[in-house]
Design a protein around this ligand. Structure first.
Ligand SMILES: [Cu+2]
Length: 594
């Protein structure tokens, strides 16, 4: 083991062992190998959920190639109520008093970002860094206005002698909001990645899934939040281990740490069916979820999962208004993705586990070994998501209490009706690229425009004249995969790499989708012949003869039918890559719905 690894493991054991200094204000992670319990929850009463979330931070600063800062949201400032799951019903009012008690620390990178039109009631920080905060309500189909789901002009400075650090969000949950699992996290451009790696995020559930799927009323509901956790770069050693992930993971704050054998424990009764709601609340890591059991030959086999909802929307056939279930043996969840499904436990004596398969962010299909051969030219260590066990599932007749929570029924609703069948009024094309130099900018660009990193002062790149439905063809012309996320609404996936989506998949609505890397490369394209203008001429400082991305001639693509019909989402909003390292580096732009 290298010196770096030893130092790193020492730091991790201090962090994980709960040896927190007296001044630390975020609760330590749960012990490795402990039971995965439901986190604390807080529910609306008589149409109102009003609560206070206090933002705090601690940690010791930069490690080699990473940070061990922690960030948390504490309900009423109680360490026992970290990241409470917020449970609302359609039509409710959600009132969150955000109170920023974070402290700027030496070594905090600056966000290099300022709003010149702060929302009323916002005290703008003198310098935006990781002590600044705001909240994004990922997936909620709510207004992008000040006081609601707005993240550009809402950046709350930490409390000090002159400033209480307080800001109140008042969100009207639409009466037609689909029931399902949503995600609340800070969205300060430039520092979002570190906030999430530090644990600052929580979940929100819109009640009523059991109206669509009555069978789940009899099941135990399990709510799982999977986060990624910073660690030193696996390529920082002489002989890198090909199995070493770029980030560690946690599930409901129980760590899954590379090199440690202790795994999180989930308990189920033999043959019991449970309703699982899983969010990938990672900053950068992809999951390819599987529920595996060991067969008689000793091989792990992945079981069929009965999926009920994706990204907070149940599968509703818009012809007959009936819900569907969709069977999947593995579920790709990009950062921000949520899946809700029924899991059936095997019989007594069978081993089972929640597992993630390898997700190869680089040159998919063209270089299957990329994730095993990083730092060899075309692949590097970032975004490595190797296969690993997320939790062991113990089958026992008498499982310990997991903080069970009863489902609450509400009236069935329907939003996004017939989306996949409505002819789009307009088709737009956008594409992902990046400046290939170290620390270069990342871009998402409307075809025909010049790639530019995010600029909050810029005019919106896209103006949607609503109410309408549009098709967006989103291309990835880069050598690594990216994830498209749009605020405020959902989309149906119509095509993947030009091929129409067929069968039951047309019922899936999403707010975040993974797009593989460029599918075909050629060397030596003359910039003048480059169909995408990505071949930087030798005089351009971005020209990099080692960078294969300059010659993408067949981008990966998805065609998304996006719903801009509902008038409650009128305003300025964002679309971006949901790998937050990329978003922080500029892969985000502004749009407006009129
Ligand atoms: Cu990206």
């Amino acid at each position: 083991m290298s010196l770096f690894s030893r130092l790193f493991l020492l730091a991790v054991s201090a962090l994980l062992g709960g040896v927190a200094a007296a001044t630390e204000s975020c609760p330590p992670l749960n012990s490795p190998g402990s039971q995965v319990k439901n986190t604390v929850q807080t529910s609306s009463v008589n149409g109102l959920l009003e609560t206070t979330l206090v933002a705090r931070n601690d940690g010791n600063g930069p490690l080699v190639g990473s940070y061990d800062y922690r960030f948390c949201l504490l309900e009423n400032d109680s360490p026992e109520r970290s990241s409470p799951v917020l449970r609302v019903k359609p039509g409710d009012l959600l009132k969150i008093h955000l109170n920023n008690q974070m402290q700027s620390k030496e070594g905090f990178p600056s966000a290099h970002f300022h709003s010149h039109m702060p929302c009323p009631g916002v005290t703008v920080p003198a310098e935006v860094d990781m002590s600044s905060v705001n909240l994004h309500y990922h997936g909620l189909n709510v207004a992008p206005e000040c006081g609601s789901d707005e993240v550009i002009n809402t950046i709350v400075a930490p409390a000090n002698d002159q400033n209480s650090g307080s800001y109140t969000y008042t969100l009207e949950i639409p009466a037609n909001e689909p029931p399902g699992l949503y995600w609340v996290h800070p969205h300060v451009h430039g520092v979002a990645q570190q906030h999430l790696l530090g644990g600052m995020s929580t979940l929100l559930i819109v009640e009523g899934m059991d109206n669509f799927y009555p069978s789940i009323k009899k099941m135990k509901e399990r709510v799982f939040i999977v986060r990624d956790l910073d660690k030193r770069d696996p390529a920082d050693v002489d002989n890198p281990d090909p199995e070493e992930p770029w980030k560690n993971l946690t599930i409901n704050s129980v760590p899954i740490v590379y090199g440690q054998n202790a795994l999180p424990q989930i308990f189920m009764k033999p043959k019991e069916s449970q309703f699982w709601r899983v969010a990938n609340a990672s900053a950068d890591s992809h999951l390819v979820l599987q529920f595996q059991v060991k067969n008689a030959q000793g091989q792990w086999t992945s079981q069929s999962l009965k999926m009920l909802a994706f990204d907070g929307v149940p599968f509703i056939d818009t012809d007959d208004k009936r819900t569907r279930t969709i069977s999947r043996k593995s579920i790709i969840l990009p950062p921000g993705g949520r899946a809700e499904f029924v899991v059936r436990a095997p019989g007594t004596g069978t081993e089972a586990r929640l597992y993630t398969k390898d997700y190869n962010a680089y040159l998919e299909n063209k270089n299957p070994n990329c994730s095993r051969t990083f730092k060899q030219g075309v692949c590097d260590s970032t975004d490595r998501n190797p296969a690993r066990t997320i939790a062991q599932v113990q089958i026992t007749a008498d499982p310990p209490d997991a903080n069970d929570y009863p489902l609450v029924s509400t009236k069935p609703i329907e939003r996004f009706a017939n989306l996949a069948k409505i002819p789009p009024q307009l088709t737009r094309k956008l594409f992902f690229t990046k400046d290939p130099r170290d620390d270069g900018d990342f871009f998402i660009t409307v075809a025909g425009k010049t790639p530019q990193p995010f600029d909050p002062e810029a005019e919106p790149d896209v103006i949607v004249q609503g109410p309408t439905v549009e098709d967006w063809v989103v291309e990835n012309r880069d050598n690594e995969s990216h994830d498209f996320h749009i605020h405020q609404t959902h989309f149906a996936v119509m095509k993947v790499n030009g091929k129409p989506v067929q069968g039951e998949s047309v019922h899936i609505l999403r707010d975040t989708i993974a797009i593989g890397s460029c599918r075909r490369w050629v060397d030596g394209v003359n910039p003048a012949d480059d169909p995408y203008g990505l071949s930087f001429p030798p005089a351009d400082p971005r020209h990099d003869p080692e960078f294969t991305g300059k010659n993408c001639i067949e981008p990966a693509s998805v065609t998304l039918r996006i719903d801009f019909r509902d008038r409650n989402i009128v305003g300025k909003m964002l679309y971006h890559c949901h790998i937050l390292e990329h978003e922080d580096k500029g892969m985000m732009r502004l749009m407006e719905i009129r």
